[in-house]
Each structure stands twice: as structure tokens, then as C-alpha cells.
Design a protein around this ligand. Structure first.
Ligand code: GLA
Length: 399
């Protein structure tokens, strides 16, 4: 990854250069050497937003920023986990495994440990340290990276390997039950299945995927962190999911995946006005994701970029999960346009702040990044964080 030095407004967020070495954090905290170190990446989603929990099609990639878990057993029933990024410790035992969110980052670990136990794998007490360079709350899936890193660490400690899909599902369930976010499967799947130079075209209905090569040196993905986080997101996320499920139920469908664009045209009068907007996004986004996967395979960057701009408009107008700051970034990129080397741009992740991604001509990276940074700063008074990324490997044991 090329790190572009424009800013880091949020000092608690680590960059690859400032992230503390996970082994060093463990040693300093627990006074011994960790038995294992596992790493799992965050992700960006190129296109296919807010469709995973509607059994739709998504096209994410793992990024080269990861959460690391270093640790080892402590001959007890107690779990002690220290997060360097938060400078906080979580402590619990097997008696504290009820699936109720407490608000602590320890909830992620409780959920993962419970997932192993329900699958018949006893997890002994352990001490662990966390160190991550995936920014928290920025739409880059710092949560999934943490869950998958924790699961990969536990696999190593137990000397087992879950089937990769089972591991992703275990992590998703942990987030749903113990953290209380009714998320889809995309983030955990990308963190497990990530591959260098490949996007992952995941069909969330069958839970099967295929890789789409993304290795043209002439294009790059620029991540533009708006550095805002509107506190709406959890409730609004759950509400969007409910609205989609209500619309599917009203149409007598198992999920919105079973509504073709033609059926949508014919049956739209049956929907409430708000449902109509939500469904229009979901149906059109699935079509865009299919078209984008084909365009990317042909290296048709202009069409891919157009589809990204369309995706953003749909998320802004119909799904209503964008915000002024993300819209400003996308409009800046639209203004720079093909002539200036921007093929497309859209918000990525759940929305209400966090990151946008731009598909750009690699040889224009510095000029585009400088211009977006300056103009976004002038418009909003906020300094964005920018970095380029390429598809990276999924979770692994590194020590
Ligand atoms: C969050 C969720 C994902 C997905 C995206 C929106 O990242 O964890 O499951 O729904 O939002 O596409």
C-alpha cells in the first residue's frame, strides 16, 4: 500500500507506520512471549452496498490493513484481552457468555468464544493483545477484522482449522448476537477469503463466491476517509434491514433477491412509498454489481466508474444512508472526472460517514489526492485521510 501523507486527524487511529507491534504489546502487558499471532484484514466494497442482508451480490476486497491478535493460554477459565488501539482491557470468564451486548470490545471475543463452544470446541482461558491499523468506525470493517483475527488466533491455539465459510459465519453470528448489529455476511467473508489482486464476487444467497481479477497496474483504489461519523448508524442500519424485510414479506417473497427488475416494475404499486425507494436501491444495486463484475473483467474502467457513481446516487437518494460529507467527496471526484483521472467514486460500507472509495488512474494518484484533500478541507473544515489500497490476502497466522 502506498500511504499518502496528508493528515491523520484522529490520533487514536493507527496507520501502518504507527501501529504498535502486536508481539511487543503482548509482552509489555503480560510479561511473556505470545504463543500465536493472527492477523485479519479490513475491507472495502467496490460495489454492492446494503444488499448482503437481502441475499444480494457484493464485490468487496480485503485491504492491506489488519487487526492483529497476539496471545496464549493462561491455565485458567479467565479471558483477559488488552486493546492497544483503545488502551482498554476486557476481562470475563466462561460464566459471562450470555449473548447480551455490554458495549465493551470484549463482546466480540465473548461472541467468538461462544461460537467455538457451540461448535463443540472447548476454549481454554487466555491472555491476548490487540493491535490494529484498520481505522475504527470508518466503514472499513474494523469489527469484522477483529472478529476474524480472534477466531484465527483461537483456531491456532486449539490446533484446528474451521472450514473458511464456517469461520465467516461464526464471526457474523458473534457480531449479530453479542454486539447487537444485524449485519450481513460480506465483511467477515471478505476478511476470511481475501486474495491479492482479486475482488470477491459473493452471492449472499448461496454463500458462494468467485474471484474477479483486479490487477491492472494502470488503476488504483483511493480510500478517502471523510473523518466524520454520524451517530445514527446502528439504529438506521437495523431500520433499513427491517424495511427491506417488510417489503419482501408484503410481496410474499423470502427475500428481495427473488424480485426481478421486471417484477419490481409490475408490483411497485403494492409497496409503501418508503419501501419503494429501499427496494429500488436493492434491485438496481444487484444489477449494477453484476454489470461491474463483467466490466472489471474486461478492464472497462469507464463503465465500472459510472456504475460506482450511480451506486452512490442510489444510496444517497433511495436508500438514504449517505451524508453531506460523503456526497461532497463524490461530487469533487465527479468534477475531476475522467479527464482528471477519476473513473468513479462512491461511499463504501454502512454509510452515515466513514469512507468513500474512488477508482482512479494510478499515474494521477498524487494530483487527485491533493486536490480532494484540499477542496474537501475547504468545503467542510475537516481534513480527510487518504490512502491507496489493493486487494490483499485474508486472515492468517503470522507468528
Ligand atoms: C456493514 C455490514 C455489512 C453490509 C454493509 C453495507 O458493513 O456489516 O454486512 O451490510 O454494512 O453494505
Amino acid at each position: 500500500m502506498v500511504w499518502i501523507e496528508f493528515m491523520t486527524q484522529e490520533s487514536s487511529q493507527c496507520t501502518p507506520e504507527t501501529m504498535p507491534d502486536p508481539e511487543g504489546v503482548f509482552r509489555a502487558r503480560f510479561g511473556r512471549k505470545p504463543g500465536w499471532i493472527a492477523a485479519a484484514p479490513g475491507r472495502v466494497n467496490l460495489i454492492g452496498e446494503h444488499v448482503d442482508y437481502n441475499d444480494g451480490l457484493v464485490l468487496p476486497m480485503a485491504i492491506d490493513r489488519s487487526c492483529h491478535v497476539a496471545g496464549g493460554p493462561n491455565d485458567s477459565n479467565e479471558f483477559v484481552i488488552y486493546s492497544a488501539q483503545r488502551d482498554e482491557e476486557a476481562r470475563f470468564s466462561l460464566d459471562d457468555m450470555s449473548p447480551e451486548p455490554t458495549g465493551s470490545f470484549g463482546d466480540y471475543f465473548r461472541g467468538i468464544i461462544a461460537g467455538f463452544q457451540t461448535r463443540g470446541h472447548e476454549v481454554p482461558g487466555f491472555q491476548a493483545a490487540l493491535s490494529s491499523d484498520v481505522p475504527i468506525g470508518s466503514g472499513l470493517s474494523s469489527s469484522a477484522a477483529l472478529e476474524v483475527a480472534a477466531a484465527t488466533f483461537i483456531e491456532a491455539m486449539l490446533g484446528i482449522e474451521l472450514a473458511p465459510l464456517e469461520k465467516a459465519l461464526l464471526c457474523q453470528q458473534a457480531e449479530q448476537k453479542f454486539v447487537g448489529v444485524p449485519c450481513g455476511l460480506m465483511d467477515q467473508y471478505a476478511s476470511v477469503f481475501g486474495k491479492s489482486d482479486q475482488l470477491i464476487l459473493l452471492d449472499c444467497e448461496t454463500e458462494e463466491s468467485r474471484y474477479v481479477p483486479f490487477d491492472d497496474p494502470a488503476v488504483g483504489v483511493l480510500v478517502i476517509n471523510s473523518n466524520v461519523h454520524h451517530q445514527l448508524d446502528d439504529g438506521q442500519y437495523a431500520l433499513r434491514r427491517q424495511q427491506c424485510e417488510a417489503a419482501a414479506a408484503r410481496l410474499g417473497l423470502l427475500s428481495l433477491r427473488h424480485l426481478s427488475p421486471e417484477d419490481f416494475e409490475n408490483r411497485s404499486a403494492e409497496l409503501e412509498p418508503i419501501e419503494l425507494r429501499r427496494v429500488r436501491h436493492v434491485i438496481s444495486e444487484n444489477e449494477r454489481t453484476k454489470a461491474a463484475a463483467e466490466a472489471i473483467a474486461r478492464r472497462d474502467w469507464r463503465l465500472t466508474g459510472d456504475l460506482m457513481f450511480q451506486s452512490h446516487s442510489s444510496l444517497r437518494d433511495d436508500y438514504q444512508v449517505s451524508c453531506d460529507e460523503l456526497d461532497a467527496i463524490v461530487e469533487l471526484c465527479r468534477t475531476i472526472g475522467e479527464e482528471g483521472g477519476v473513473h468513479g467514486c462512491r461511499m463504501t460500507g454502512a454509510g452515515f460517514g466513514g469512507c468513500a472509495i474512488a477508482l482512479i488512474r494510478a499515474d494521477q494518484t498524487d494530483i487527485i489526492a491533493a486536490r480532494v484533500s484540499e477542496e474537501y478541507g475547504r468545503l467542510t473544515g475537516i481534513k480527510p485521510t487518504l490512502f491507496t489500497t489493493r486487494p490483499a490476502e485474508g486472515a492468517r497466522v503470522i507468528g
